[in-house]
Design a binder for this molecule. Structure first.
Ligand SMILES: NC(=O)c1ccc[n+]([C@@H]2O[C@H](COP(=O)([O-])OP(=O)(O)OC[C@H]3O[C@@H](n4cnc5c(N)ncnc54)[C@H](OP(=O)(O)O)[C@@H]3O)[C@@H](O)[C@H]2O)c1
Length: 235
């Protein structure tokens, strides 16, 4: 039987790459997106590759009522949902240092990357639990890098990582048939970073394929934080 996945922010960037490669590997795809036009463009492209797209669901992560509505639609239309990929996210203002970060920037970035992501996850958990489902978060490490540390963004992702850790532990402690893990895709050329393509960056095709391979590898990754491109220490 085909498995069904909802990928948030699947209309472009890494989310589109994940949806494409999960679709090519046999998953039924639900596109999570904010705009009908962009969702439909993504669906046309996925369908041209013979990917089975079930449809798209409007999800605005900054709006809790949009999340409840999306959850209602998914429960009614796609009761077989077995995988949620929390991919949608925003960068916040990456041009300022910590002490000059605006409170509004922290709040907006947390609202989307953490509060909205948590609200969607929480609302879909009963359905996913019924289907022995999985939740995958697309994130960055919580550790602060000396080279790159935009406060709003890394704070929001650290909160998302904490959510993953807490839930994974509780799933295990309480024998809840759900799995959650996080993946850091590494630097990827997308709109989020102005399509930066420095050495060490990958494209969405490469990242999407590797993410799909990880999701399809048949192993449990409960509570793991996985670097898609681990840094190899040289002797
Ligand atoms: N690119 C990287 O180097 C990199 C590295 C590590 C982690 N990540 C993570 O990867 C994920 C995808 O990022 P990306 O690089 O692919 O960026 P992207 O090309 O800008 O795509 C972001 C996606 O998120 C959606 N989105 C943004 N705000 C939203 C909101 N309020 N509600 C619902 N959807 C929203 C966007 O939808 P619209 O088209 O409607 O704006 C878009 O589909 C993010 O969580 C990011 O933090 C990226």
């Amino acid at each position: 039987m085909k498995k069904t996945v909802l990928v948030t922010g699947a209309n472009k960037g890494i989310g589109f790459g994940i949806a494409k490669h999960l679709g090519l590997s046999g998953w039924n795809i639900i596109v999570g997106a904010r705009h009908q036009e962009r969702a439909e463009a993504a669906i046309r492209e996925l369908k041209s590759l013979n990917i089975h797209v079930l449809g798209w669901v409007h999800i605005e992560l900054a709006d809790l009522s949009s999340i409840s509505e999306a959850s209602k639609v998914i429960n009614e239309k796609y009761p077989e949902l077995s995988l949620l990929v929390n991919n949608a996210g925003i960068p916040g203002d990456m041009s300022v240092d910590g002490q000059h970060t605006e409170l509004s920037d922290i709040k907006e970035t947390l609202d989307v990357n953490f509060i909205g992501t948590f609200a969607l996850t929480k609302s879909l958990m009963p359905l996913l639990e019924k289907n022995n489902g999985r939740i995958v978060n697309v994130t960055v490490p919580s550790e602060i890098s000396p080279y790159w540390h935009p406060l709003a963004y890394v704070t929001s992702k650290a909160a998302q990582n904490a959510m993953m850790g807490v839930m994974a532990m509780e799933f295990q402690q309480n024998d809840i048939p759900l799995e959650i893990f996080s993946v850091h895709p590494g630097p990827t050329t997308t709109d989020l970073n102005g399509n930066m393509a420095l050495p060490g960056f990958h494209d969405i095709e490469t990242v999407g394929k590797k993410m799909a391979e990880l999701i399809n590898d048949g192993n449990s990754h409960q509570g793991e934080f996985i670097e898609l491109y681990p840094i190899v220490k040289e002797d």
